[in-house]
Write a protein that binds this ligand. Structure first.
Ligand code: OFO
Length: 174
């Protein structure tokens, strides 16, 4: 049986992962509007990944006999000034999530809840990867500059190649 404090903290984290999913979907919408399909597809996939993180916590809580409390989510930002601003919003959010995960990890340690500890360890490692990936993309966006259409299209194509989609520059798949 899981403690009430860990149960409540995990329920909060489920909501934060779901919020991340909403935020990335919102960013994907911004990129779709600008016909940047590589960026958009990358964000769509990231949105799905965040839902899978929420479900990983959901399943864990269910397996431990915890009470799941689905929470209302805040409205995500829906307007971004630029590609750079959109990726900055994503990276800021990931950095916040890392802090939240570290708090959960500390709680599990303090309570000597070993199975929670193992679960949060997975998330700690995952956050390193997530921040690194976003930092790389953002650095490339900063390098080419927000007003460099050709540079952004090339980056869009690069992400498209990674995600396996056709881009505005390369033409849509029929
Ligand atoms: Fe991208 O954050 Fe989940 O955990």
């Amino acid at each position: 049986m899981i403690s009430d404090s860990l149960q409540n903290a995990i329920n909060e984290q489920i909501a934060r992962e779901q919020y991340a999913s909403q935020l990335y979907l919102s960013i994907a919408g911004h990129f779709e509007l600008r016909n940047l399909r590589g960026f958009a597809t990358w964000m769509r996939r990231h949105s799905v990944e965040e839902t899978s993180h929420a479900m990983k916590l959901f399943d864990f809580l269910a397996d431990r006999g915890g009470r799941i409390e689905v929470k209302a989510l805040p409205q995500p930002i829906n307007h971004f000034q630029s590609v750079q601003a959109a990726f900055e919003a994503a990276l800021d959010h990931e950095r916040q999530v890392s802090k939240d995960i570290h708090k959960l990890y500390e709680m599990a340690q303090a309570e000597k809840d070993y199975s929670s500890h193992v679960l949060f360890e997975w998330f700690v490692t995952e956050q390193v990867e997530e921040e690194k990936t976003l930092e790389e993309i953002l650095e490339h966006v900063r390098l080419v500059g927000n007003n460099n259409g050709m540079g952004l299209l090339l980056l869009d194509q690069q992400l498209a190649a990674k995600t396996g989609v056709a881009t505005a520059a390369a033409g849509r798949e029929s």
